[in-house]
Design a protein around this ligand. Structure first.
Ligand SMILES: *Cc1c(COP(=O)(O)O)cnc(C)c1O
Length: 407
């Protein structure tokens, strides 16, 4: 049996909706774009949605639209996909990584506050928070709803208000998740979603900016379309823009997928429940947190390998990945911490304080197969294999340590 890490759910309706666009001849800047945007905004609960070519493009446009650039900083977490930090770097701004909460694995509001209190002060006019280490303006707070679990938005909103920070939500992994009864993406001034094939819904490639601000939405529509103004003619460019458009082919697939998003999310939740039941007795791992009071949207199912004798679980985790691969089961380290990526070494000031929780999580975490159509048999096979992989991986590792001790 081969079990992939993820698999898009594509049905005949999706295919015929895309085929209809092909037959229409209107492949880009056609009617499907606004239709997708309107149904998406209605689903998430914002006034506006702007379709773009990827989740990364959506994040980049948020940074640009909020006027964040050189000499600015954005507070975020390192336990994330690189795009949530890169979007600041694209504009010459610096991501500043603060630690995460050990239970939710999301940015810790307490760590945000500690960073601000230890390293920041108001400028003389009292308008901007300044990072004392380098004189940069701290302009935004960018929480990531990691693996579809909502961040603790109330304290984050309070911090954003108190310190006049733009609040930009990276909800790329969290479509359909709710915090205190309201959808994620509606808490910040702007939010982003993504539609790569491993996400809860897909357009092949694609992303969305959501906001309640008509002005920010209009600016993003111009920026994604080479800085054109919606009313002006084709070769008039009001500002420096990008080609971040999403084609009507992609949007048609998005419309069709969004129509059954709740079914797809429930199917993923059933897979998560099946994992929870079967893995409950496996004492060597920690299961994903299921908090009360918010609705999680399952992006990936991430377990953590417990440390043995207070040693880092990383060698064991990596050996489990190899064992699972031998059995045809896809798994992935989600996430290697961003600040440990080779290319991040060139940026100074990004890690103001040690990040012990982030580093421990990135040494322990392992994403196992998660997709709407995963069967009971597949889940059973994966869970059984995890226990066997842990057995044989710990046996191999302990024989290695023993022979090292003898030598
Ligand atoms: C998927 C994802 C994105 C966007 O990725 P794209 O591949 O550019 O669509 C951004 N942030 C996070 C946390 C993600 O998981």
């Amino acid at each position: 049996m081969r079990v992939p890490l993820s698999k898009p759910e594509i049905n005949e309706r999706d295919i015929s909706m895309v085929a209809d666009v092909l037959r229409s001849g209107l492949l880009s800047l056609g009617p499907r774009v606004a239709e997708f945007e309107q149904s998406f905004a209605a689903y998430v609960g914002t006034r506006q949605a702007v379709a773009v070519s990827s989740g990364t493009a959506a994040l980049h446009l948020c940074i640009r639209a909020q006027g964040i650039g050189a000499n600015d900083e954005v507070i975020t977490s390192s336990f994330s996909f690189v795009a949530s930090a890169n979007c600041a770097l694209y504009e010459g701004a610096l991501p500043v990584f603060v630690d995460i909460d050990p239970v939710s694995l999301n940015i810790s509001p307490d760590c945000v506050r500690t960073f601000i209190e230890q390293f920041c002060e108001w400028d003389s006019a009292g308008t901007f928070l300044i990072d004392r280490r380098n004189g940069r303006r701290v302009k935004a707070l960018l929480p990531v709803h990691v693996f579809g679990l909502p961040c603790d938005m109330t304290p984050l909103q309070n911090l954003a208000e108190e310190y006049r920070l733009h609040l930009i939500e990276d909800a790329c992994e969290a479509l359909g998740a709710q915090y205190r009864g309201r959808g994620v993406g509606t808490y910040g001034s702007m939010g982003t979603f993504a539609f790569y094939p491993n996400k809860q819904m897909t357009t092949g490639e694609g992303g969305m900016v959501v906001t309640d601000s008509d002005e920010l939405a209009a600016l993003c529509r111009s920026l994604r379309n080479q800085g054109r103004n919606e009313e002006s003619c084709w070769l008039t460019h009001d500002r420096l823009g990008f080609n971040y458009r999403l084609s009507d082919l992609h949007c048609a697939l998005g419309i069709s997928q969004l129509q059954r998003i709740d079914d797809m999310l429930s199917a993923r939740a059933r897979v998560a429940d099946a994992y929870k039941r079967r893995l409950a007795t496996e004492s060597r791992i920690v299961l994903p947190h299921s908090p009360i009071g918010c609705r999680r949207s399952w992006f990936v199912y991430v377990i953590q390998i417990k440390p043995v004798d207070s040693c880092s679980p990383q060698p064991l985790r990596d050996a489990v990945v190899m064992e699972l691969r031998k059995r045809g089961i896809g798994s992935q380290v989600y996430f290697p911490a961003i600040h440990r990526q080779a290319y991040m070494k060139q940026f100074e000031f990004v890690v103001p304080q040690p990040l012990p929780v982030t580093e421990a999580a990135s040494d322990a975490c392992l994403a196992i197969p998660m997709y709407a159509e995963a069967s009971e048999e597949e889940v059973e096979f994966v869970c059984h294999s995890i226990s066997q992989a842990l057995d044989s991986a710990s046996a191999t590792l302990s024989s290695l340590t023993n022979s090292a001790a003898v030598a």
